[in-house]
Design a protein around this ligand. Structure first.
Ligand code: F6R
Length: 609
């Protein structure tokens, strides 16, 4: 949800900002802009559309200057237009601001500025009020002006600001939106995410909520919301830019699909001892801690929520603890039964999803122990949790989540087994058998990915369909939800998923001649019943693609296409069965001529409510 970059140093700021913004475009790509300081004034250039539009403008009229701020936008208030793009300035263009988040009380502030101070606004955004408000409080000290202005803001924000009257200073501040500081030699950076600055430095500081950073060329100083100096340890990034680049793949999504064997293997191997026993470092819960838990609540959004649904099945089956799963945007507004006997599990690839973070804080406030499955080291959700299990997927750039999902499933497998071990609900021998099966998964994923051509052909035959149904029972119905989400978000085909047994209670009315139905039937205990559901839709004209285990019988007589997965236990099939659906979504999107990595209306990291 919007990307921010700021630079102060000796390089040409435009180059640094464009490089940074290109790494942040996954966060929003409706429009982009930069503000550069030079010759005692600030020049702003901004354009609606992709970053390439702005880069084109800057190529024709380059801007010199060694300090600047940049922004790539995901529109919330006001359409994606040149006018609504960031940076925003005050009327005299003395102050320039970029903002990520939502200012909830902007209408009140705007009205006050218009009526009392006769300020004329040039955009429809909430963000513009910040520039005017800082200018209103400005008395030769940008830091003080920003502090006074932010004290009046309600909502979520990461803000970077510069003033034409202070050529050696950038100020940035955060509340509920991510912001990191990059530390260089006689140059410093701020950014929404690490890849934006990785070309220049690997040393970063994570800002905490309410903190403000004062950036000069020669150093940075951080203060908390009460203006007390903060000492922060440098975090050294140990992954490189190559893992955030396409490396010859046509799209990040395909690269990330192909990276799943490695991600899943790494997520597993990090948690096994040389003898093959569980060793979950991030999960510090003891037998006593777990004995106090009478319920598990899993909360997440989108794809991570679907991982949570599988997590529920695994924890209930292995560890015999009752689990509820909720979408984060609903959780906080329910009547909650969360207390110190609750284990709250947040699942988030980015660790910055605002709804998930807010749910986590609410659960903590009520005394729950908080455990997180997360892909980004040092992210907000991870930092605020008691325990963290990292998914070692590497940076996920494509908007459609793939490798984060399968690694989340692996993390849930290990967590559920550990709970089973602590509670004694599974014999050591049984646990070892599951681990033995888990170890086979990376190669089995690789095997499924060799079906690329077959699935690409399927996409080629069906990409023009206007609706697609996904069916399944048990964990297959959870994976059906994920398959459907993947397809709709990048192909824009109206797709939905339903528990197969529910079809005849209404939804089957949608089936007509040629309707594409993807039916998962990997769960042994409900296999026959799922076959019956397949027959029901087939009898009404559906074109059925079945996803089944290697040794599945009878299905060839019913389905039009049968996709067979390598043999594994029913509890493990979700990590395999989701793969053909990821590929189907990918190739369908390509057939339809869509922008696979940057689907319309979406952004990668949802840091607004
Ligand atoms: C879909 C997708 C989203 C995310 C969701 C949560 O492909 O990527 O549904 O899963 O926005 O994001 P995280 O996991 O970063 O909290």
């Amino acid at each position: 949800m919007c990307g921010i970059v700021g630079y102060i140093g000796n390089k040409q700021a435009t180059e640094v900002l464009l490089e940074g913004l290109s790494r942040l475009e996954y966060r929003g790509y409706d429009s982009a802009g930069v503000a550069i300081f030079s010759d005692q004034h600030i020049t702003v250039k901004k354009r609606a559309g992709r970053l390439a539009n702005l880069a084109g403008v800057l190529e024709h009229s380059p801007m010199e200057g060694q300090m600047g701020i940049g922004h790539t936008r995901w529109a919330t208030h006001g359409a994606p237009s040149d006018q609504n793009s960031h940076p925003h300035t005050n009327e005299t263009e003395a102050i320039a601001v970029v903002h990520n988040g939502i200012i909830e009380n902007y209408m009140d502030i705007k009205q006050w500025l218009q009526e009392t101070h006769k300020i004329v606004f040039r955009s429809e955004t909430d963000s513009e009020v910040i520039a005017h408000l800082i200018a209103h409080y400005y008395e030769n000290d940008l830091k003080v002006a920003v502090q006074k202005a932010t004290a009046r803001l309600q909502g979520a924000y990461a803000i970077a600001v510069m003033s034409k009257d202070e050529p050696d200073r950038l100020i940035a501040v955060r509340k509920d939106s991510p912001l990191i500081v990059g530390k260089g030699e006689n140059e410093n950076f701020i950014a929404s995410d690490i890849p934006a600055i990785l070309k220049y430095t690997r040393d970063v500081y994570f800002l905490e909520n309410g903190e403000l950073v004062d950036l000069k060329r020669e150093g940075v100083s951080i203060v908390d919301e009460f203006d007390r100096p903060v000492e922060r340890e440098v975090f050294h990034v140990n992954w490189d830019l190559a893992s955030a680049e396409k490396e010859g793949y046509p799209h990040f999504m395909l690269k990330e699909i192909e990276e799943q064997p490695a991600g899943v293997r790494e997520t597993l191997n990090q948690r096994l001892t040389a003898e093959g026993n569980l060793n979950l470092e991030g999960l510090t819960m003891t037998e006593d801690d777990l004995a106090k838990v009478n319920q598990v609540v899993i909360v997440a959004c989108g794809t991570a929520y679907h991982a949570g649904l599988i997590g529920k099945a695994l924890i209930e089956r292995y560890a015999k603890i009752p689990v509820t799963v909720d979408v984060a945007s609903e959780f906080r507004y329910r009547d909650l039964f969360v207390d110190e006997h609750t284990l709250f599990i947040a699942v988030s690839q980015s660790g910055e999803t605002l709804d998930t973070l807010a749910a986590l804080r609410e659960a903590k406030r009520r005394g729950a122990r908080v455990l997180t499955i997360c892909n980004v080291v040092g992210s907000s959700v991870a930092r605020e949790s008691d325990d963290v299990m990292y998914t070692w997927a590497g940076p996920e750039i494509a908007v459609a989540s793939t490798k984060a999902f399968t690694t989340q499933l692996m993390a849930f497998q290990l967590m559920a087994l550990r709970f089973a071990e602590l509670r004694g609900s599974m014999a050591q021998e049984e646990i070892r058998t599951v681990i033995h099966e888990l170890k086979k998964l990376p190669d089995q994923i690789q095997q499924v990915l060799t079906m690329k051509d077959e699935i690409s052909n399927l996409a080629n035959q069906h990409f023009h369909k206007d609706k697609v149904l996904f069916l399944g029972r048990g964990m297959d119905s959870d994976i059906a939800l994920e398959g459907s989400l993947k397809l709709k978000e990048i192909s824009y085909i109206n797709s939905f998923a339903i528990a197969a047994g529910e079809m005849k209670h209404g939804t089957i009315a949608l089936i007509e001649e040629g309707t594409l139905v993807i039916c998962l039937a990997t769960q042994k205990h409900v296999y026959e019943k799922t076959l019956s559901n397949m027959k029901e839709v087939k009898a009404r004209g559906a074109y059925v693609v079945a996803i089944v285990q290697e040794d599945a019988e009878q299905v060839d007589d019913i389905a039009d296409v049968v996709i067979r997965l390598p043999k594994t236990s029913s509890m493990l099939t979700p990590i395999l069965s989701v793969l053909p659906m990821q590929l189907l979504a990918y190739y369908t999107s390509i057939e339809r001529g869509n922008d696979v990595d940057k689907p319309r209306n979406l952004a990668k990291s949802v840091t607004v409510e």
